[in-house]
Design a protein around this ligand. Sequence first.
Ligand code: NAD
Ligand code: ZN
Length: 377
Amino acid sequence: MATVGKVIKCRAAVAWEANAPMVIEEIEVAPPQENEIRIKVIATGVCHTDLYHLFEGKNKEGFPAVLGHEGAGVVESVGPGVTEFKPGDKVIPLFLSQCRECKFCKCPKTNLCEQSWSSDRYAQMSDTTTRFSCRGQPILQFMGTSTFSEYTVLNQIAVVKVHDDAPLDRVCLLGCGISTGYGAAINTAKVEPGSVCAVFGLGAVGLAAVMGCKNAGASRIIAVDINEQKSEKAKVFGATEFVNPKAHKKPISEVLAEMTNGGVDFSLECVGNVTVMRSALESCIKGWGVSVLVGWTDVQDFSARPIQLISGKTWRGSLFGGFKSKDSVPKLVLDYMAGRIMLDEFVTHNMSLDQVNDAVQLMKTGSCIRSIINVSK
Ligand code: NAD
Ligand code: ZN
């Protein structure tokens, strides 16, 4: 416990500016303040939302920052007022917090938390009350988490303890992508047994949505991606068919309507592209079809013809799969440990922190599902 109460110097990948590679730097991580805990990050996934911030988002205020929000680690020390955690606990950071006190946390209809970083720094995707600095300059914390660092400091509402035997280099994926896609199918779309589903975009988020449709008992799951190589992987998670929109002259919604006698019961957009969002809505059957936006984008407006909704379709969105984070993530860890959900099958690459830009490149080129960065031993 030589580090308790002291500044820790450690390695982190610093995103100094947008559209540039991250740089491995020695940063200083201040001790946790009231209601905060400091953790040693063991492993982290790389999610498309990290790439979105680095390359696609419009707002360039959220830099310099340490990215990463799909991690798992071990508690190093706790600040004043923290009773729920002790050094050595295995934990998962939660980009969507659960304070249990705000009106959203108290409402069973939503998983939003008013105390989350996102309630006032949504566009910047960063937290200004940072514990990081590098060469005397403050470094922002991304999504309240920042897992591309050997140590990070989290508010206790944005972290949860998980089972002592949980393998951190796998359950880290439950900190974002897998919970997001899986929950979008089971909680937000509420996929029904025997239904016909379509999932657009087969990254980890989309594949987890496929897994959710399967576990909910869907009879047909049509996986849609412009990358032909995703087809085999989708079948591992339960897809019954694969369609590449580029292989057809007709719009994908017409292709799906023909395949399903009028449209799918449930569609999930897991790309983050407003054109695909529209296609996913148009692919649903009139009368009762439900389409869920899971992909993340805040750059462009979307559009659709009103008749799409007037004719009885429902368009919904989903953040973190609709899961109340503190309540649900430990249960999802147990689901994985009991074999009820897959995690290992999402992992295509294992890397060190030095290779973080390689992991970004793999995702940019569609050559990975999830790369796991082993941040610390
Ligand atoms: P990814 O880059 O690994 O996967 C995206 C997939 O979409 C790729 O397979 C790509 O080939 C495919 N794709 C691209 N254009 C397409 C098109 N026109 N039609 C069909 N498929 C297309 O990304 P990921 O990590 O799985 O994340 C997916 C999305 O989910 C991102 O937008 C990410 O920011 C978002 N996300 C949202 C939440 C949330 O809480 N709502 C959480 C995590 C991630
Ligand atoms: Zn994510």
